[in-house]
Design a protein around this ligand. Sequence first.
Ligand code: ZN
Ligand code: ZN
Length: 279
Amino acid sequence: MTGTLIVLGTAQDGGIPQLGSGPGTGAPRLVSSIAVVMDDGTTLLADVSPDVKAQLAKLNQVAAYQKRKARNAVDHITLTHAHMGHYTGLVQFGPEAHNAAALPTWVTASMATYLRDNQPWAALIEGGHLDINSDTGLGGFPIAPGLMLRLVPVPHRAEFTDTVGISVNNEALFIPDIDSWEAWPGAEEEVARHRICLLDASYSSLEEIPGRDLTDIPHPLVSDTLARFGHLTNERRLILTHINHSNPIADPQSKAAAQVRESGFEVAEDFMSFPLGRD
Ligand SMILES: [Zn+2]
Ligand SMILES: [Zn+2]
């Protein structure tokens, strides 16, 4: 079965613009998230951002999404971790919205515990709105015909939960948040394994936000990512996402964005899409 990956948002957790920080760099961007719509209409949402309503409204433009008979907005959810931009849109899947059945939600054991132990998420589970599946292990597991997920552990600040990247059919890899590539010995092997990779590009420089020490919120710099995976750009699309409002690559006209393109990488744009399974 083939499908389409749609990039639903490309900004760091607070979006662009961010509250209280002016217009930000470039055009407005929604918070990072992706969807996969299979050709039979089955739809997976990976990360549920605070912008989820505006993001899912755009799925009506995908022909296969129109084939859906289910009344739920999506058929499956998976989550990378419990930082604000990645799961708080779950509030829209509760009793106030019209979801016909409990949504299969594929997460790590740590994320499952966090959701079960904290409101308002616990109420969504107890009320039968989310069907939490945390027996996900390290291997791939099928969730629908032609759709296999694999949760890939990555190092990232773990105040609440661990963090994973999301692999879809070993073809597309989504890693919106990671502390550093050095801290993840499997980084090159995982990126090499996928044809389409959406990778954390929060910051271009440690001096981007005056008055804030970015070593407290570690991310690989864009230059680190270009250096580490530059040799892998030939046969795959390496796309930079989860862009902070301060990052010059958010503006396609910037020198920084041009340098990304010259290095064989791409800067993600909201609602760009990729065919899956059609090699
Ligand atoms: Zn994030
Ligand atoms: Zn995070």
